[in-house]
Design a protein around this ligand. Structure first.
Ligand SMILES: Nc1ncnc2c1ncn2[C@@H]1O[C@H](COP(=O)(O)OP(=O)(O)OP(=O)(O)O)[C@@H](O)[C@H]1O
Length: 605
């Protein structure tokens, strides 16, 4: 008589393995293969929502984007997956090694603690970068601990100290800047001059949120722009004509038309920075403008919320155009009518590359890349999160891409604390609105007196509340206002003011204070907290330096969203706090694992 097989559950992949008790699995591998069945067939997430591992090097497997080692489905057609006797399990992910974080130290394999994050693994939202690689990057970063070690033009260094970080002492490059600046400029060692490359070079800058990626690509681009300008014969000839005309007008006391010959760079920028939103375009243009006050170049932005006359002026201004920051759709449509607009581009930067090379933006972004390619010298993709799909796409399209990843990529800094409010419990009973208002009142009560010259002032806390749906922004803001909280909603169709103006309160670094109330009245009113209820519109790249608190009203769909939303607090070494409101319908196990990963300083997967 046959014995009934017993069952075991594989802890890493939640599969039920039926096997005969007396047969050791290792010696008879066919048993596990034959009787493995999926207990919980979960739908795999699209790879654009899954963070990539090993971002520091391209995936193996050439044009297949690293997927060649995976077992492929044998039977084609709609019923191909039925009646299978063998589970479709990737052999590279099986066995004890996949469950153990291992690294190599001094040629010896060292096993780290087991990675227990089952819920995140099921979601497969992010994956880790080899810890060995992270350490070696740390070693490389020691070298460039001052901007003086970079072979940047002296004026650019002046702009760093006198404009960008005016009033700050002991300014040091951030990790991504230490890695990216020499790489993009072709500088081999600190203090050494740049080496020019005859080929077009491509770079991936992958570094955590708020780590200074903007300057990591902007400074080398402006440096190259100014060096090329000094050797450009058209610009030289223009400057000579301009100087001669000025001299003539001065000597003859001429009162007629001033020199109005269009500049050779008019509507022909050399540096193009693509970003997904108008708000981010404005922010990056402001940084570029600050540098231009010292270095002298022309920088403008293009975005759909500008009036047509303004767009015309920004592009075709007589003083020329060197650096343009734009959303891809507008730039592509302008390039349709004026194909030469991208004919001189030497540096093309795709910021928030995972958004701009995702499905919705990809055709238009790639059309710009293709048009700029003939004159392109440096192509830079930049993001805080690298989904697997993007990783594979870049490996296939740009096999020689230089990959620059920082030690903390995909990790939320430990200085950001995460608190979780279980709204399914009393007193909220799934009333998230009430829980949100209560959390804001608690933040208001904790606010400190302002430590400044004026007495009796209290700090105003600026809090971002993230929701998943745009309809919810208005609804929640209205509820909060009804509770005496100063709340504003911001989404793509916000009617009254321009989003930039609304965001300004949250992006300005200066402290915001109000006069302390003399005595607490009876009315329920929260004066020292300003709240912005917002969708992902404000989660990408917006530099909310002054924001220390972020409330995740809805649990984000992926760890990618966790990283970007929580990344609005705790920027550039500051402390921050996130609060997640988790209800009955939310994945509390995912939230718990994100919280634990943050506590342990682990990269999300
Ligand atoms: N070397 C530096 N020292 C001090 N502050 C810096 C330095 N470099 C950049 N910053 C500041 O850090 C802040 C964040 O920089 P930035 O917006 O470039 O971050 P990011 O990496 O692009 O973030 P995100 O991924 O969220 O877009 C900015 O306010 C910037 O002025």
């Amino acid at each position: 008589m046959r014995r009934i097989p017993s069952q075991t559950v594989c802890s890493s992949c939640l599969i039920t393995i039926r096997q005969r008790p007396l047969a050791p699995r290792i010696s008879q591998p066919w048993i596990s293969e034959r009787f493995v069945s999926l207990r919980q067939p979960s739908k795999p997430r699209p790879s654009r929502m899954v963070l990539s591992n090993q971002v520091y090097r391209p995936p193996t497997g050439g044009n297949t984007g690293g997927r060649s080692s995976r077992p492929r489905r044998q039977v084609e057609g709609p019923f191909g997956a039925m009646n299978r006797t063998v589970a479709n399990i990737d052999p590279t992910r099986r066995g004890p090694r996949s469950r153990t974080a291992s690294s190599t130290e001094g040629g010896k394999k060292v096993d780290g603690p087991r990675d227990e994050r089952k819920a995140l693994k099921m979601q497969r939202a992010l994956a880790s970068v080899s810890y060995t690689k992270r350490m070696s990057l740390k070693d490389r970063m020691v070298d460039y601990d001052s901007f003086d070690y970079f072979d940047l033009l002296p004026k650019i260094k002046d702009s760093i100290y006198d404009e960008l970080f005016k009033g700050l002492v002991d300014i040091k490059p951030t990790p991504v800047q230490r890695l990216a600046l020499p790489a993009i400029m072709g500088q081999s060692a600190p203090g050494q001059p740049q080496k020019k490359s005859s080929e077009m070079e491509s770079f991936l800058l992958a570094a955590e949120t708020g780590s200074g990626k903007t300057l990591a690509y902007l400074l080398p681009a402006i440096d190259a722009l100014k060096r090329a300008e000094a050797e450009d014969p058209d610009i030289k000839a223009y400057n000579e004509r301009y100087a001669a005309e000025k001299e003539y007008q001065r000597s003859t006391n001429f009162k007629g038309k001033p020199f109005d010959e269009p500049h050779p760079t008019m509507a022909r920028p050399k540096v193009v920075i693509l970003v997904p939103t108008a708000e981010l375009a404005q922010q990056i243009m402001n940084v570029s403008k600050k540098i231009s006050h010292v270095v002298k170049f022309k920088t403008e932005m293009l975005s759909s919320d500008l009036r047509p006359q303004q767009i015309q002026r920004n592009l075709y201004g007589p003083k020329g155009l060197d650096v343009i920051v734009s959303t891809p759709h507008l730039l592509a449509s302008i390039a349709d009518s004026d194909p030469n607009i991208l004919s001189r581009v030497t540096h093309l930067i795709v910021d928030e590359a995972d958004s701009l090379l995702d499905r919705s933006f990809s055709p238009v972004t790639t059309s710009i890349i293709e048009r700029a390619m003939p004159s392109l010298q440096k192509f830079v993709c930049c993001s805080a999160t690298i989904p697997r799909k993007l990783n594979n796409y870049l490996a296939t399209t740009y096999p020689k891409m230089h990959r620059i990843t920082t030690p903390n990529l995909h990790a939320i800094p430990r200085r950001v604390q995460l608190g979780v409010i279980d709204v399914s419990r009393d007193p909220y009973r799934n009333n998230k609105d009430l829980a949100c208002a209560d959390a804001l009142y608690t933040l208001g009560k904790d606010a400190q007196n302002h430590e400044g010259p004026v007495k009796d002032e209290i700090d105003v806390r600026r809090v971002l509340v993230f929701v998943n749906e745009r309809e919810k922004t208005e609804q929640l803001a209205e509820y909060l206002r009804g509770q005496g909280i100063q709340a504003t909603a911001l989404h793509r169709d916000t009617p009254e003011k321009r989003p930039g103006e609304i965001l300004e309160v949250f992006t300005m670094a200066e402290p915001l204070t109000i006069k302390a109330p003399e005595k607490v009245g009876r009315s329920r009113k929260l004066n020292n907290v300003k709240v912005l209820v917002v969708t992902d519109l404000a989660s990408r790249g917006i530099d909310t330096l002054a924001v220390r608190h972020v409330i995740l009203y809805d649990v984000p769909h992926t760890t990618i969203d966790f990283i970007h939303r929580l990344g609005r607090a705790g920027r550039m070494g500051r402390r921050g706090r996130g609060i997640v409101l988790a209800g009955n319908d939310d994945r509390k196990d995912v939230v718990a694992e994100v919280k634990r990963s943050m506590f342990m300083g682990q990269a999300l997967i």
